[in-house]
Design a protein around this ligand. Sequence first.
Ligand code: SAH
Length: 485
Amino acid sequence: MAMLDKLDKLDKNDVIELTIEDMGSDGAGVGRYEGMTFFVKDAVTGDKVMARITKMKKNYGFARLEKMLKPSEHRVIPECELHSRCGGCQISVLAYGQQLAYKQKKVQETLNRIGGFAPELTERIFEPAAGMDYPYRYRNKAQFPIGTGKDGKLVAGFYAARTHSIIPVSDCRLGPLVNREVLLAVLAYMEENHVEPYDETRGTGLVRHVLIRNAFATNEVMVCLVINGRRLPAQDKLIAALRGVEGLTGILVNQNRKNTNVILGDVTQLIYGRDYIMDSVSLRDCGSPDFPRTGESVDYRISPQSFYQVNPEQTEKLYSLVLEYAGLTGKETVWDLYCGIGTISLFLAQRAGKVYGVESVPQAIEDARKNAAQNGIVNAEFFEGKAEDVLPQFYQSEDADVDALHPDVIVVDPPRKGCDERCLEAMIQMRPERIVYVSCDPATLARDLKILCDGGYELKRGRVVDQFCHTVHVETIVSIQRKTS
Ligand code: SAH
C-alpha cells in the first residue's frame, strides 16, 4: 500500500495515517488528515491508524480501518464475539466509562451547537451520566429476524451493520438468557413442520421476525411471531415447543404482509395464554451515587404494540430523576405528554394533585387507564390523540376553565423526532413553572429546548441516563424553569 504523497489530491482507496480525536454520532472515529475531517469506521478516540478512504466529499471523507498502528488506551475486548459484524452495538470496543463520557459530550456539544446554549452553562448544569454497574443483559425487548443462512439452514439473529443479511446470534449479551431458549424452540418448530422463513427480496415464505418481551420484575415472557400470511401451520406444535420456556405467559402471531422494514403489522392474534405481560417499576434514591431502591413501585401491563422502555434498571433511575426534576409537593397539576402506557404519569400522580396524560396509540391509552385502576390511582386522566392536537383543543375549547387547568409542570417524552412545533407553542402558552424533557435524540432535544427557552424558559438541570449501553443511542433528561422577570 503506497503512502500518499501530500501533494496528491485525496481519492477513494488512498491510505492515510491519522489519530482519532473524537467520535461522531454514529460511533465512527473522527480524525484529521491535511486539514480534512475523516470518519473512520471501527476506530475509537485515541487510536492511531492507517485508514483506507471509502468515500470523498468536498470537505470531509469516510474511511475504514486498514491497520492499527497504536490502539487507544480506552479500547477493551467486548464480551460479544460478533461485535464487529453485528449492527446492534456500535461502540462496545470502548471502555464503558468512556462510552458514558462520549454520550455526555455529545449531548452537551449538541446543545451548544444546535440549541445555542453556552458551553459554560451546559458544563455547569450537567450532572455525571448515570450508567449501569453491569452494562449487559439489560434489554427487555428483542426482535430477531428469521431467514436462511449461507448453508441453507434456518437462522435467527440480527442484521449485519447497514445490510439486511442476517448474522446468526443465539445469545445476544444485551438480552436475557431465556431469549436463546425461545429462538431455538421456534427454529426447531419451523424445521420440523417445514415452515419457511420470509425472503424479503422475493416476498415469499412465512416467518419474518420473532419478537420477545421480558418483564424483569416478574420474569414473564411474551413471544410474538411476525408472519407474512394469515395463519401459522401446526400452531399447537409451536405452543408445545415454547411451553417449557420458564415464565412464558403468552404467544401471539402478528400479520405483516407488506414489503416493508416496519416489523409489526396491524393485526395481532393471541394463540396461547394472555396478550400482555405484567411488570413493576420501583423508584430509586437519586441523591445516592448507586441509586438504591426506595420501595415505592407501580405495576404495569404491557401490550405487544405499546411502547415500553427497554432497559428496566435504567428506567427506574430515569423516572426517579423525572420526579426529582419535577419538584412536586402534592398539589400540582401536571401534564405528561407522550405518556405511553402511563408509566411516568402514575409516578407523578402519587406526588401531584392531578395528572393528565396524552398519547397517540389507542392500545397504550387503554393500558394506561387499566394501569391507573390496577394501582388504585384516581387522579390521573388520559387523552388519546397527538399532543399537538390535544393540547390546543383542550385549552381553546369554550368550556375550558383555563385557570383550573393551568399546569405547574409539564413532562414530555417524545419519540426521536421530538415535539411538534404546535405542541411547543401550546406548552409556552400554558406557562408551566417547570418543564421536564426526556429525550432519546440530542439533536431534536436541542432544537426544542431552543424554542422553549426563547419562549421564556431557562435551562436548569441535565443528565444522561444510559439506557442503551454499547450502542450510540443517548437518553437525556433536562429541566427548564420559567424565567421570573
Ligand atoms: N413516557 C412513556 C413513553 C415514551 S415513548 C414511557 O416512558 O414509557 C414516546 C411515546 O409517544 C410513544 O408511546 C408513542 O406512541 C407516543 N407518540 C408518538 N407521537 C406522538 C404524538 N404526536 N402525540 C402523542 N404521543 C405520541
